[in-house]
Design a protein around this ligand. Structure first.
Ligand code: ADP
Length: 249
């Protein structure tokens, strides 16, 4: 394989809320084919970094590049179309629609921003083969005709990830994809994330350190809006400052 390719990068990323520095100059590189974890205690700035990268929030300072293009001032819908797509911690699926229809809706949405007011605009059948392809990718094809609301919690999260794939992301941002899951579901979602990383980049916020250790190639530890440490799991988990500040040992 060629050199790991940087597909998303931030330099000096900064966000102030009325003078309070939530993110105080963060540098971040996300590589094609790799899984990058963003960890840190509550209030560290992880959600704000996600909101800055996806352009849901305008940065106070710094620069963001996606696939070699400056997106520091690009609107969120355009950034999503360019291939930077996030999944939300709170599921964005429609429980009253079938699993298949959830994916078809996602394929029909122009910019990947969830809307509760979606109505079919005809020609959904055209999208069926692609929808099944995506369901196969995530292992939900055999549940295609079930109501999304009837899926287990873990499979709802998997479906939600499938809907983000409708936009063909080059960089996928996952906000606590395993939150609230039991061991079995965690293993399923971990396997899915690993397979998705084969041909895209993944940046994830994750609190479960066992998952991070097992899954992630690179870890950035945030504390009070700054990078405390960055590296592979061994490097980060043996870092004195990380142990004191984050792991409490
Ligand atoms: P994390 O996701 O790591 O828990 P956040 O990014 O949510 O951290 O928050 C970082 C800091 O910024 C916190 O102190 C939080 O209170 C503050 N913050 C986040 N969003 C806002 C906002 N819209 N207005 C004011 N302060 C905010």
């Amino acid at each position: 394989d060629a050199e790991p390719r940087v597909v998303l990068s931030a330099r000096g990323l900064r966000k102030e809320f009325a003078g309070f520095v939530a993110v105080g100059g963060v540098d971040l590189d996300v590589h094609h084919g790799k899984i990058h974890a963003l960890i840190g205690p509550n209030g560290a700035g992880k959600t704000t970094v996600f909101n800055l990268l996806t352009k849901f929030l305008p940065p106070t300072g710094g620069r963001i590049e996606l696939l070699g293009q400056d997106i520091t001032r690009t609107p969120p819908a355009k950034v999503a179309r360019m291939g930077l797509v996030r999944s939300f911690q709170i599921s964005a699926i429609f429980p009253h629609l079938s699993v298949l229809d959830n994916v078809r809706v996602a394929l029909q949405r122009p910019n990947g921003l969830a809307t509760q007011f979606w109505r079919p605009a005809g020609a959904l059948d055209v999208l069926t083969p692609r929808a099944f392809e995506l369901l196969e990718t995530v292992g939900l094809a055999e549940a295609a005709h079930r109501l999304a609301g009837d899926l287990s919690y873990g499979r709802k999260r998997v479906l939600e990830i499938a809907t983000t794939l409708a936009l063909d992301p080059k960089v996928l941002l996952l906000d606590e994809p395993m939150a609230g899951m039991g061991h079995e579901d965690v293993a399923v979602v971990a396997g899915l994330i690993r397979s998705l990383a084969a041909d895209r980049a993944i940046l994830m916020v994750e609190h479960n350190l066992d998952v991070v250790a097992e899954l992630c190639d690179w870890i950035t530890v945030l504390q009070a809006g700054k990078i405390l440490a960055a590296g592979d799991y061994v490097t980060v988990s043996t870092d004195e400052r990380v142990r004191v500040a984050y792991m409490g040992t």
